[in-house]
Design a protein around this ligand. Sequence first.
Ligand code: ADP
Ligand code: ELE
Length: 323
Amino acid sequence: MTASRVVTLGETMGLLTGGRIGSLAHVSEAHVGIGGAETNVAVSLSRLGIAVTWIGRVGDDSLGRRVVREVRGEGVDVRAQVDPEAPTGLMLKELTGPGTSRVYYYRAGSAGSRLAATDVPAGLVESVGLVHLTGITPLLSDSAREACLSVVRRARAAGVRVSVDVNYRSTLAPAEVAAPVLGELVEEADLVFGSPDELAYVVPGGVADDSSAIDELARALDPTGGREIVVKRGADGASTYAEGTVAHAPGHRVDVVDTVGAGDAFVAGYLSGDVQGWSVEEKLARANACGAVMCTTPGDWEAAPTPAEIEAFLGADVDPVQR
Ligand SMILES: Nc1ncnc2c1ncn2[C@@H]1O[C@H](COP(=O)(O)OP(=O)(O)O)[C@@H](O)[C@H]1O
Ligand SMILES: O=C(O)C(=O)C[C@H](O)[C@H](O)COP(=O)(O)O
């Protein structure tokens, strides 16, 4: 396997999605799959031709074996400890309407949440160009938080770039508990991703009420202009604040089927450009395309596009029926 250029760590769970729109109190059929923010990003990176390693823990159970097989099958270098003492976590996705859903997490005490600094092989972080973390992992447990901080310290010492997607999950911790934990990770990041609301959580000094004051938030997060603050704005696209300037990229108009996973695909698109030394504008363009494509099909990661699919999406002269 080619040496990885990116390493990421976090929890991947089984994912049951209702077979049709309706409450899971009544819908009787479900689709079985897997999902997790970091493997969603890893799979997307792999589809984009970027060699990537994922580190995590799974239970000694069928869902754990499914996670390992699926992610490895997508070409990701999987370093998963099998934890015999805890089950693989689970997410349930209830389809609430056309293009809308509600997610329930069953992850407290899961194998993935027991991730530890010792799960990260010696020399691995130091050998890549970029480490990607999300704000989910440090809120899973004390050992997972220590694993994140240890990886960040190792990356910093080795001159490896650090990327953090705030990805605040309110079910893991209330905002006042999460804010300092997310803040300590963001402080070490070269690249920070988040929605305006999420960035408001991690502005030093407390939770801002007015997430619409995004210019101010970005400046507060990066007063010296040394980082890239990337703001995800859903259908409106995205913006990057870097070196005292801002670049905006409008969103694409698509028929939305399922927006879950768009943020992860967006991040992967952006990072794929970052590790290849692309400009902010080029990174935003690819990221927006990846996010938009992901909205057009169900699933957290299955529709992650290849470069050829992005090109087709961006309007190459493609026959609507391909044979
Ligand atoms: N409805 C949409 N139409 C087109 N692009 C979208 C849409 N929703 C999301 N995207 C793309 O995916 C990116 C991430 O989506 P967003 O919803 O902002 O992130 P998150 O899922 O992390 O909250 C957006 O910046 C945009 O590029
Ligand atoms: O790992 C978790 O806790 C998850 O919630 C997995 C999510 O399904 C994705 O991270 C999707 O997130 P977006 O790309 O922002 O829609």
